[in-house]
Design a protein around this ligand. Structure first.
Ligand SMILES: Cc1cc2nc3c(=O)[nH]c(=O)nc-3n(C[C@H](O)[C@H](O)[C@H](O)COP(=O)(O)OP(=O)(O)OC[C@H]3O[C@@H](n4cnc5c(N)ncnc54)[C@H](O)[C@@H]3O)c2cc1C
Length: 298
């Protein structure tokens, strides 16, 4: 069956598609900074801009509000992240219907995580347990949406092995996902090995690398220790040598991400999904290094 949605139409051979991921700010000041950053990024005409969904549904409405604004203000397709843990299937259907009414074009279909520190937390009765079940629900009942799913070049922290994790990733593909967006990584070889293994497992949809430019060392140490991504020793050493100088850390981060991006494009990546952390400057410079320019007057 041929599907037409912003994801199925993207990542064609010879194309290099970029997308940006933002998160809902918690303050009015954060909102102002967000829109100041989205405006210059939107001028690069990305395939989409996505907005994350707060753990445990904490941004249920906010995610959709921001998606609606992305579409209305910038005429860029919006992707809403959505997690299935913690809701009944009827509640999931209700939110997906609402997403359609807010002009959302794609859903990043995720499982999410149990609330931190709640070891006795139980999935609700009548809910879903894994992202492949959410993909099946969307594909069956909301065929208008493009569907993105998460992939983990260095393995999902809870998976017993990369092989098992890729078998589970294939379930999401078989359920109808259009594209895979990876967890952030700083070792491109990990991505290339993952892509090869996915290929051998029969995964044939685009695998889009997810990159998070390093804005500061302490923050990236926290993030990589949570998600299990390796920080190369040489990069770590260079960042620790300038640990009292945020500007120098930023410069190292931008240069590293620019090199990573150029290498990924050279090795046939279909595009890049940037975790922009609601700040545009690093991405603008990396896109410049890739030879991409913003459209003037957007
Ligand atoms: C691009 C991207 C965007 C994200 N956005 C958000 C966000 O907005 N909000 C948020 O809260 N989190 C977000 N996350 C984090 C994500 O919710 C967590 O990583 C979560 O722990 C797993 O979600 P998943 O969709 O990969 O789950 P799944 O694909 O369901 O996998 C979870 C684990 O279960 C295993 N598994 C999968 N299916 C099965 C099965 N059928 N049977 C047995 N085992 C199985 C997998 O191997 C894996 O270990 C994002 C992650 C990425 C990479």
């Amino acid at each position: 069956m041929t599907r037409q949605n912003p994801l199925s139409a993207a990542y064609r051979p010879g194309q290099f598609d970029i997308s940006f991921e933002i998160f809902p700010p918690k303050t009015a000041e954060g909102d102002g900074a967000l829109w100041n950053s989205v405006a210059p990024l939107a001028a690069f005409r990305p395939t989409f801009i996505s907005c994350t969904y707060g753990a445990g549904g904490s941004t249920r409405g906010r995610t959709l509000e921001l998606c609606e604004q992305i579409t209305r203000r910038f005429d860029v397709p919006a992707t809403a992240h959505f997690t299935c843990l913690g809701g009944t299937v009827d509640e999931l259907r209700e939110w997906l219907t609402w997403a359609g009414q807010h002009g959302v074009r794609n859903i990043m279909a995720l499982r999410g995580d149990a609330p931190a520190g709640q070891a006795d937390w139980k999935q609700v009765e009548g809910g879903l347990s894994y992202a492949n079940e959410l993909v099946a629900l969307i594909r069956g009942e909301f065929p208008q949406f493009g569907i993105g799913v998460a992939g983990y070049p260095e393995k999902h922290p809870q998976a017993p092995s990369l092989e098992v994790d890729i078998t589970n990733l294939k379930r999401k593909v078989d359920a109808g996902a259009d594209a895979i967006f990876t967890q952030l990584f700083y070792v491109n070889d990990a991505f290339y090995r993952f892509r090869d293994r996915c290929e051998r497992a029969g995964i044939r949809i685009p695998i889009v690398p997810g990159l998070m430019p390093i804005l500061n060392f302490a923050q990236i140490q926290r993030i990589t220790s949570l998600c299990g991504a390796e920080l190369p020793a040489d990069l770590s050493r260079r960042l620790s040598e300038v640990q009292d100088d945020k500007d120098a850390q930023f410069e190292i981060g931008v240069d590293f991400a620019a090199e990573q991006s150029l290498d990924l494009r050279k090795h046939g990546a279909p595009g890049i999904h940037f975790y922009v952390l609601n700040r545009s400057t690093a991405c603008e410079r990396i896109l410049g290094a890739l030879g991409l320019s913003p459209l003037v007057g957007v």
